[in-house]
Ligand binder design. Structure first.
Ligand code: TRH
Length: 376
């Protein structure tokens, strides 16, 4: 069965970079590894530009990394539907596009790509069909996840090999960032978080840390709070602060590939949302996750579901230090950094083993391609 070769991916930006981060990776992987013509419709191209600086945020149509990128304008321009239509995160397809899908002789395969969750119910809902109430169309739900019974996680086919090769010679990366190579007696930490996190507590803990901390902070939401903590009006890329045992470097917001590299070379990664959370797992280094807040504390259930999976193979003491730190970070409570540090060696071993075990599952893009091949 040949792979359906024309795909449309629709991405509406809610806030932040996670939706476009996922769609951009998916589109590039479809093109690079599956020879698929992917057209990525984005309603706010300015959100893609920091991840990929070559993007022209004002162009109606452009090509980059083998992907056709189109501005999702209002009203939506008449266009022939593709064979496969990916509605990312329930973004609601344009009405006229949906009507064109319904009128097509051969109906496109319509997939709603869902958010990632480690909750067990995901397995039961993955690939479920939902007929449209009025139109002769069916939408399928495709759930990323951590098990064979889900859609898996985005992972390029050479990602872990690239990571390992890169780690052999990271000096050029540090030079390009105008930073010294990490010293053996310090812990290098990347920090990407929402400003709702207890950032001041964390900075205090790092200032008093028994192990010197070198924090790498790409520009973003946390910057203003960090500046305020140190009595500054602002911080900007290139700034370095030294307080107690903490050295903090403000980096520019990195292109997506370089952000991956940052995760690969740090000893611990503070990540958030969905995409950086997944990439930190592929880095195979200890990580702390700040989950995207949902109504009625639904995110805390999701956080627990992940921690249950992630901690299943950890010894009790390490697991409880990791859980405690996550609850502190996500629930604005005390942060026991020294406890966390004490378990660093087993967290490192575990993170490496976790990445290897996850990589035994097929990746999300391949799963999606196989699903579509079987359906059309
Ligand atoms: O930006 P986020 O908070 O995105 C969130 C979540 O995805 C959430 O589930 C969603 O509902 C909400 O957006 C709307 O965090 P996330 O998912 O990690 O996405 C960040 C992206 O930015 C990711 O692709 C990595 C990328 N990035 C860079 O390319 N360079 C950088 O310097 C940094 C810090 C991130």
């Amino acid at each position: 069965m040949p792979t359906p070769s024309r795909w449309d991916i629709f991405c509406a930006i809610i806030d932040n970079f996670g939706d476009i981060g996922v769609c951009w990776r998916l589109a590039r992987q479809l093109a690079a590894e599956h020879g698929i013509h992917a057209r990525l419709w984005v309603d706010d191209l300015a959100s893609l530009q920091p991840l990929c600086p070559e993007i022209d945020a004002h162009a109606d149509a452009q090509h980059c990394a083998g992907v056709e990128i189109r501005r999702w304008a209002q009203p939506f321009p008449a266009s022939e539907p593709a064979d496969i239509v990916i509605e990312a995160f329930g973004c609601a397809l344009p009405e006229n596009y949906l009507a064109a899908m319904a009128q097509a002789g051969k109906k496109p395969l319509w997939i709603n790509l869902e958010y990632l969750s480690a909750e067990p119910w995901v397995e039961g809902c993955h690939t479920l069909a939902s007929p449209h109430p009025r139109l002769p169309l069916t939408k399928y739900f495709f759930f990323p996840g951590f098990t064979h019974a889900t859609g898996g996680l985005l992972r390029e086919n050479d990602l872990l090999a690239q990571r390992d090769a890169f780690r052999q010679a990271p000096a050029r990366f540090w030079n390009a960032l105008h930073l010294p190579c990490p010293k053996g007696d310090e812990i290098t930490v990347s920090l990407f978080c929402y400003d709702s996190a207890p950032i001041a507590n964390l900075l205090e803990a790092w200032q008093a840390s028994s192990t010197p901390v070198r924090c790498l902070l790409p520009e973003g939401k946390a910057l203003a709070k960090i500046a305020a903590h140190f009595g500054k009006t602002a911080l900007t890329s290139g700034d370095t602060l030294q307080h107690g045992n903490l050295t903090l470097h403000v980096l520019p917001f990195l292109r997506q590939e370089d952000y991956d590299r940052l995760l690969w070379v740090c000893g611990c990664n503070f990540v958030r949302g969905e995409d950086s959370f997944v990439r930190a797992q592929w880095a195979g280094k200890p990580m702390i996750w700040q989950i995207y807040v949902q109504e009625e504390q639904a995110h805390l259930v999701k956080l627990d579901a992940f921690l249950d999976r992630y901690c299943a193979e950890l010894d009790d003491q390490t697991a409880s230090a990791l859980r405690a730190f996550h609850y502190g970070w996500n629930d604005n409570a005390a942060l026991k950094w020294e406890d966390y540090l004490r378990h660093r060696a087993s967290l490192e071993r575990h993170a490496k083993a976790w990445a290897t075990a996850l990589s035994a599952h097929p990746d999300l893009t391949s799963n999606l391609v196989i699903f579509c091949k079987n359906k059309v």
